[in-house]
Design a protein around this ligand. Structure first.
Ligand SMILES: [Zn+2]
Ligand SMILES: [Zn+2]
Length: 662
C-alpha cells in the first residue's frame, strides 16, 4: 500500500499508509491526546477524526484547548438538540443549526410553538443521548439519493439546502447520530466524534424565526442554547446572562430617564435631558482629549450627491445601507453613513505642504445607516448615530509615530473609564490593494508602535482590511463581556481614489496615507456599553445628576434651593427634591436613580450653613460646609474617580442611614 508523510505541528513527521484516519495519528502521538481529540486540522482545513488521509499533509489535532474547538463543539450540540427534538416531536422539520459567539441555535418547523416545559423535556433528552455516547458518523450519499431521501421524509428545507450548497457535487455528506433512525442531517460538518464529548450545555429560550430570515417564508421556532467544555464555564456564563439582564441598557435607560424611542423614528433615539447631559459630557470629554493633541474639529455635510459615493465606491457596494434622497433638481443624493469621504473633500480643498502634516480632523455630526428594522436593538444597533470619528492625513514615514500617539490616547480614555482593553493587530489579507512593500513597512511600523506603547497585542494574520492593516481594541466590561470599540485603520486606497496629496520637501507631489480612527466608536453604542458596564451607576464625572439636595421638610425648601444654586454656580449638576415625601423615601429614590451624592438639609444644616453628605455607595459621610463639599466633589471629578463604581451597586435603601432615622 502506498505510504504518505504526515507533518505534525512540532515539525516532526511520520509515514503512514494512505487512507489512515486522523484519529490514528492522535493515537500514535499519545493515548491522552487521542482521548482529548475532538477533530483535526488537515492542511488548514477542519475535519472529523474519521477523515482519511490520502496524501502528504500537515496535521494538527484539535482538543478543547484549540481556538477552533468551541464553535465545533457548539455546532455539534445543535445537532444533539435537533436529534432530541425530532425524537420527542416526530414530524418536526429541521432548518439550520449554527454555532454563535454565545452558543448555538437550531430552527425548526413545528406543529405548535414550544413552551418552557418542552425545553426542559428536550434538554433532558439531550442529556440522555449524550450519556449514551452515540457516534456522529459522516456518510457520503449520492446527491440525488440524499435529495430523494429527505424529500420522502417531508424535509423540503434540507432538499433546498443540498441544492444550494452542493451544486455540481456528485456526493453530499450526511451525518447520523447512532444510525439514521435515531438522527440524520445533511451537513458539511465536521463534528465531535460522539455525543459523550458534549458535557455542559443548557437550552436558554425560543424565539420566532423565518426560514432564511424572510417573513414571506415559513414561520419557524428558533431554540437557543449554549455549551461549554466544563460545568464551571457554563455556570459562569449563565450568571453573566442573569447579570446582563439586570444591566440591560434598554431597561436602565428607561428607569434612569436617559432616552426613549418611537415607532415613527425606528433606530433613532430621543435623548431626554439626562441622557443628553451624559452624551454631551462624553462628547466634550473627547474634545478635551483630542483638541490638545493636534486635532481640529470640523463639520461636514450630511447629504451628498451620488458622485461622491461613486468616487468612494459606496454607491456600488453599500448603497442599500444608505438613506437615499432626491435633491430639488431631481439629483440622486444619499445621507452619509460615514465621515471619511467628506473629510477627503475637505482635505483636498487646499494644497498641503509636508510641513503641515499630520492633519487631523475630528467630527461628531450624525451619521445614518439604513439598517433592517429586524436587527435594530436599543442603542447597540441604530439607524442614526454619531461617532468620535477622526481621520489623520500623514506621510508614509509618519505612520509609526502617529499610531503611537493614538495608542496613548486610547490608553488614556479607557483608563479614565476604568475599563480594560486588548489590542488586536490585523495584517495583510489574501486580497489587498497597494504594494506589498508598503504593507510590510506599515505593518512593521504598527508593531513597533505597539511595542513602544508597551501594549501586548494579539496578532490576527490576514485580518486587515483590503485597503490597509488595522488595530482593533476589545474592551472588557464589568461582567467580563468583550466589545470591540476603538479602531485604528490605515488606508492606501482612498487617497488614490480621491487624489489626496501633499507637496514634499523635494517640491513634488506625493500621496498621503489616511488613518481612520475612533476611540468610542459610535456614541450611542458606547453609551449602551457604559450603562451596562456601570449598571447605570456612573462615576461622579459622568453622572447626569451628580448630587440631589433633599430637604427634610417644607420649611427647609428655601435653604435647599440656596444650596442647589450655589452648587450649580460652582459647575456641579444638581437637583432639588421638592416633593412632600418622607426623607427616607427621597433617599431611597435617589439611590434607585443612582445619584452619587445625596445632600440632606434640615434645621441643623440650615443653621450651620452645611449639608449632611451621603455617598451612594459608602453611605453617610457627615456634615460638610457647602464650600467643602464643592471642593471634595470637584477633586473627585477632576481625578475621574471610578472607585465607587467598583463596589456592587445597592439596589434597595442602601447602608443604614443616621440621617434617614432623624
Ligand atoms: Zn453539522
Ligand atoms: Zn473613516
Amino acid at each position: 500500500m502506498n505510504q504518505i508523510t504526515v507533518t505534525l505541528p512540532d515539525g516532526s513527521s511520520r509515514s503512514v499508509p494512505a487512507g489512515t484516519p486522523v484519529r490514528a495519528i492522535a493515537e500514535g502521538i499519545s493515548p491522552n491526546l487521542a482521548r482529548a481529540a475532538l477533530a483535526a486540522i488537515v492542511d488548514g482545513r477542519l475535519v472529523d477524526l474519521t477523515h482519511p488521509l490520502q496524501r502528504d499533509a500537515s496535521v494538527r489535532i484539535v482538543t478543547d484547548k484549540s481556538p477552533e474547538a468551541l464553535p465545533l463543539y457548539r455546532h455539534s450540540t445543535a445537532h444533539l438538540l435537533a436529534a432530541a427534538v425530532t425524537n420527542l416531536f416526530p414530524g418536526t422539520q429541521c432548518g439550520i443549526g449554527p454555532a454563535t459567539d454565545e452558543g448555538f441555535f437550531y430552527d425548526f418547523i413545528v406543529e405548535r410553538p414550544f413552551v418552557p416545559e418542552d425545553l426542559e423535556a428536550i434538554e433532558k433528552k439531550m442529556k440522555e443521548l449524550a450519556q449514551q455516547d452515540l457516534v456522529y458518523e459522516r456518510q457520503m450519499w449520492p446527491r440525488d439519493e440524499a435529495k430523494a431521501f429527505f424529500a420522502k421524509r417531508g424535509e423540503p428545507l434540507k432538499v433546498q439546502l443540498i441544492d444550494e450548497k452542493t451544486e455540481g457535487q456528485k456526493e453530499v455528506s450526511c451525518y447520523t447520530i447512532k444510525d439514521k433512525e435515531t438522527f440524520i442531517d445533511f451537513c458539511v460538518g465536521p463534528h465531535v466524534p460522539s455525543t459523550g464529548k458534549l458535557k455542559a450545555f443548557k437550552l436558554l429560550n425560543t424565539s420566532n424565526a423565518y426560514w432564511k430570515g424572510d417573513a414571506r417564508n415559513a414561520p419557524m421556532q428558533r431554540v437557543y442554547g449554549t455549551a461549554f467544555f466544563s460545568d464551571k464555564d457554563l455556570k459562569a456564563h449563565l450568571t453573566q446572562i442573569e447579570e446582563a439582564k439586570k444591566r440591560d441598557h434598554r431597561k436602565l435607560g428607561r428607569e434612569l430617564g436617559l432616552f426613549t424611542f418611537h415607532q415613527w423614528a425606528p433606530g433613532a433615539a430621543f435623548w431626554r435631558d439626562k441622557g443628553t447631559t451624559l452624551y454631551n459630557t462624553l462628547a466634550n470629554y473627547m474634545r478635551d482629549v483630542l483638541l490638545p493633541n493636534g486635532y481640529v474639529e470640523v463639520k461636514t455635510p450630511i447629504i451628498y450627491n451620488k458622485a461622491l459615493w461613486e468616487t468612494s465606491g459606496h454607491w456600488s457596494h453599500y448603497r442599500q445601507n444608505m438613506f437615499q434622497v432626491q435633491g430639488s433638481e431631481g439629483e440622486e443624493m444619499a445621507l452619509k453613513a460615514m465621515n471619511c469621504p467628506g473629510h477627503y473633500l475637505l482635505y483636498a480643498s487646499d494644497v498641503h505642504s509636508y510641513r503641515e502634516l499630520p492633519i487631523r480632523f475630528h467630527e461628531q455630526t450624525p451619521l445614518h445607516r439604513n439598517e433592517l428594522a429586524g436587527v435594530l436593538s436599543g442603542l447597540t444597533r441604530v439607524r442614526q448615530f454619531s461617532q468620535d470619528d477622526g481621520h489623520c492625513f500623514v506621510m508614509p514615514e509618519q505612520i509609526g509615530e502617529e499610531v503611537e500617539r493614538l495608542l496613548k490616547l486610547v490608553q488614556r480614555v479607557y483608563d479614565d473609564l476604568g475599563m480594560t482593553y486588548q489590542p488586536k493587530l490585523g495584517t495583510r489579507p489574501p486580497e489587498f490593494l497597494g504594494e506589498i512593500d508598503a504593507w510590510n513597512r506599515a505593518e512593521a511600523q504598527l508593531k513597533e508602535a505597539l511595542d513602544r506603547a508597551g501594549m501586548a497585542y494579539q496578532l490576527n494574520e490576514g485580518d486587515g482590511a483590503f485597503y490597509g492593516p488595522k488595530i482593533d481594541f476589545d474592551v472588557t466590561d464589568a461582567i467580563g463581556r468583550k466589545w470591540q470599540c476603538a479602531t485604528i485603520q490605515l488606508d492606501y486606497a482612498m487617497p488614490e481614489r480621491f487624489d489626496l496629496k501633499y507637496i514634499g520637501a523635494d517640491n513634488t507631489e506625493h500621496r498621503v496615507v489616511v488613518i481612520h480612527r475612533a476611540i468610542f466608536g459610535s456614541f450611542e453604542r458606547f453609551i449602551a456599553i457604559l450603562i451596562e458596564h456601570y449598571a447605570g451607576a456612573f462615576p461622579l464625572w459622568l453622572a447626569p445628576v451628580q448630587a440631589v439636595v433633599l430637604p427634610i421638610s417644607d420649611r427647609h425648601l428655601a435653604y435647599g434651593a440656596s444650596v442647589r444654586d450655589r452648587l450649580t454656580a460652582a459647575g456641579l449638576r444638581v437637583e432639588l427634591d421638592e416633593r412632600q415625601e418622607k426623607i427616607g423615601f427621597k433617599i431611597r429614590e435617589a439611590q434607585l436613580q443612582k445619584v452619587p451624592y445625596m445632600l440632606v438639609v434640615g434645621d441643623r444644616e440650615a443653621a450651620d450653613g452645611t449639608v449632611s453628605v451621603r455617598e451612594r455607595v459608602v453611605g453617610d459621610l457627615g456634615g460638610k460646609t457647602v464650600d467643602q463639599f464643592v471642593a471634595d466633589a470637584k477633586l473627585r471629578i477632576d481625578e475621574k474617580d471610578t472607585t465607587s463604581i467598583k463596589v456592587e451597586p445597592i439596589e434597595q435603601g442602601g447602608p443604614e442611614s443616621a440621617v434617614a432615622r432623624r
